[in-house]
Write a protein that binds this ligand. Sequence first.
Ligand code: UVW
Length: 317
Amino acid sequence: MPNVPDMTDVLADAPTNWGKWGPEDEVGSLNYLTAEEVLRGVQQVRQGRVFTLQRLIGDPKGDPVWPGRSPAERTMILDESSWDSPDAPQFPGGLHYADDKINAFLQGSTQYDALGHVWYGGQIWNGYDARTTVGGLDRASVEPIARRGVVGRGILLDIARHRGKKTLDKGEAFTHEDLMACAEAQGTRIEKHDILIIRTNFLQLFHDQGEKFYEGFNEPGLVYSPELVSWFQDMEIPNLVTDTIANEVTYDPNNGTALPLHCALMRNLGVALTEICDLEALADSCAEDRQYTFLYAAAPLKVHRATGSPVNPLAIK
Ligand code: UVW
């Protein structure tokens, strides 16, 4: 692409955690979430209130997806009308039941990305060859993340409220310094190993604008800088969770590359990415009771060799 530098050059001096957890590692910075971190998360539980952060799959108002992906399709296979036919299956005692199936992009709803989901320069997380993705991820698929689960102290960073906006705008950027300022304004502080949960409410525009939402598609979010990457590295952030489709400004306003933080944070540092969350009820509650930290617990589905999988994360206050 004219005038857009290669990711290999943009991230030539960027830090990596490759090898830090051994040559076979497939969960990266989730290794920071030790038993002590689980207990630090549990200490945030004061009210017994539970928030589920997944967006509805098959929402009658539509499912927002990355351009080129299509929303999940649910098909009814069996229902009461199936027994109108003389060929209907018969079960002793007159049992009837309903069955359905979905045809869905594994990245097409609230989801964990596998660490091998995105790469550049022929290598994925931990230096594995990108050819290990052919036909399914032999390395760094979502399976190891699903097997270990993700539990720790979560902190909501409500950037939209902090900026006094209903939703952030197309391409609106913020930095790690904005995250710290937001935390301070909320009366809290981002601590080492916190799971960052960032609210933009951008996907409200998907419902408000219809097809226009995809015109000049460029989501708001964190913007790449070497300082931001160093901050994630120093803070040993295990997991970045947002309510946008791809967790960062889609096209870097400084160099034009697409999704450089997927590369710098996920591929290089092993930070897990969780996307397309619904943070509205949690954010309203935090604004009301001023408790912005909570126990965060999530486990994506165990799908063999998958690039990601759906999840319904919990925030427990
Ligand atoms: C891409 O990687 C293109 O998108 P996401 O991480 O949102 O699935």
